[in-house]
Each structure stands twice: as C-alpha cells, then as structure tokens.
Design a protein around this ligand. Structure first.
Ligand code: SAM
Length: 225
C-alpha cells in the first residue's frame, strides 16, 4: 500500500493507515467533499472488522464480517455517501447495517441515522459497537430493510448497501421532497448499476453512478432468501 508499515514501531498506527487510505483510495479517485473525507478520516474502520482482519482494515477491498456478509470497500462507502449530498440536518435510512461502519460515517454527516439489518446477530454486534464508540445518533433496527422503516419516516436520504433487482416501492412514500436514494440495482445478483433517485414532488429523477458489485438485498421487495 505504501512505504509506511503499520507496525514499524511494533505498534499498529491505524491513524496513519487511515490517512493513507483517504489520500490513495479516496482523494486520488475523485472523492471531493471535504466533510465526507473528514468523516472517513475520523471513523476507526479497524474497530468494525473481525479482530483477525484488523491489519487488513485499510486495504482497498471489502472484508468478510461473518454470516456470508462483507464490510464494503472504503471507496464504495465514501462514494455512495458523497452521492447522498448530506448537509448535517438530515434523517437518514441506512439499509444493510452489516458492521455498522457506513452508519458511523453517516452519523458524522447527518442529524439522525436509522440503520436496518436483517441478520439479528450482525445488528446486535453493530449496535454494541456503535454505542461503545459513541455514535449516539444511530439507531440499529432488525428487520427487512426493503420495507423501509415506516415508523421513522420520512427520510431525507436512503442508502442501500446491498444489490436489489429494482427500487423497493416503499422507499418512495418514505422519502421527503428533494430526498435522495442511493441504491445498487441489477437484474443479476452479482453486478449492479449504482443509481441515485431524487424526489421532485411526485416524480423520481434517476442518475447512474456506475457499475458495482454488492451482496444481494434479500427481502419482500428484494431477492428471495
Ligand atoms: N453497510 C455495511 C457496513 O458498513 O459494514 C455493509 C453492508 S453489507 C455489503 C450488506 C448488508 O445488507 C449485509 O449485512 C446484509 O445482511 C444486509 N441485508 C441484505 N438484505 C437486507 C434487507 N432486506 N434488510 C436489511 N439488511 C439487509
């Protein structure tokens, strides 16, 4: 990754790895929003991966987090969150809590984050981790995130970190006017177009942000489990 080794002095300098990750994987690939870059500098990604993966936490790839799931690559997290165009005042729905890492980054950029995970064990681990690390404006919910979270709607932004076959219909009615949804959508489970939908009154305008590969979104409005 660089000449700097994380264990040159016998201790692992995760902050140094984090800075290199921001420079080499994010800034150099066009992540420009200073608030997003600052949030990526602040969240200790090594705390969101299994202990045996800690020294790989800042590598340019997704990592396994158990239950067949992954924590997304740092660039993917920064790129999807930048696309939400947050200003610090939003109520955000985060679908696919996984490790809780994206929820932690979102929590520094929005007012309130509601994160939904279908695997109860992952949700519980993420809830404990986020609480321990002091991300107090995140609430983790267990359930099918393809249904949204009607009891906490409306949302100003919805981030989906798993690939859907199409946009789950409940999201539109749970999105405020001018709200944004960023979601990977693809007809095959293994590859998706990352789409951003912006609500203008009764309309959704769509922008294509490029090709990605996410784990499948499983649920009533997603793939069958
Ligand atoms: N954002 C996560 C992080 O920062 O670690 C990574 C998300 S991982 C790529 C996708 C997650 O979506 C998995 O944990 C998976 O269990 C979850 N998932 C899949 N379908 C879901 C659904 N319908 N509702 C909620 N979570 C779902």
């Amino acid at each position: 990754m660089s000449k700097l080794s994380p264990s040159d002095q016998g201790t692992v300098d995760y902050a140094a790895w984090r800075e290199l990750m921001v420079q080499n994987q994010l800034e150099s690939r066009g992540i420009l929003d200073p608030e997003v870059l600052e949030a990526m500098r602040r969240v200790p990604r090594e705390q969101f991966v299994p202990v045996e993966e800690r020294d790989a936490a800042y590598e340019d790839r997704p990592l396994p987090i158990g239950f067949g799931q992954t924590i997304s690559q740092p660039f993917t997290v920064a790129y999807t969150i930048e696309a939400l165009q947050l200003r610090g005042v939003e109520r955000v729905l985060d679908v696919g809590t996984g490790s809780g890492y994206a929820a932690a980054v979102l929590s520094l950029l929005a007012k309130e984050v509601h994160s939904v995970e279908r695997i109860p064990e992952l949700a519980e681990q993420a809830r404990t981790r986020l609480k321990t690390l002091g991300y107090n404006n995140v609430e983790v919910h267990v359930g099918d995130g393809t249904l949204g979270l009607p009891e906490r709607a409306p949302f100003d932004a919805i981030l989906v970190s798993a690939g859907a076959a199409q946009l789950p219909t409940p999201y539109f009615e749970q999105l405020s006017d001018q709200g944004r949804i960023v979601i990977p959508v693809g007809e095959v489970e293994s590859s998706q177009d990352l789409l951003r939908f912006t609500r203008h009154g009764d309309e959704l305008r769509e922008a294509n942000l490029g090709l990605f590969a996410f784990v499948p979104l499983i649920g009533e409005y997603g793939w069958r489990g």
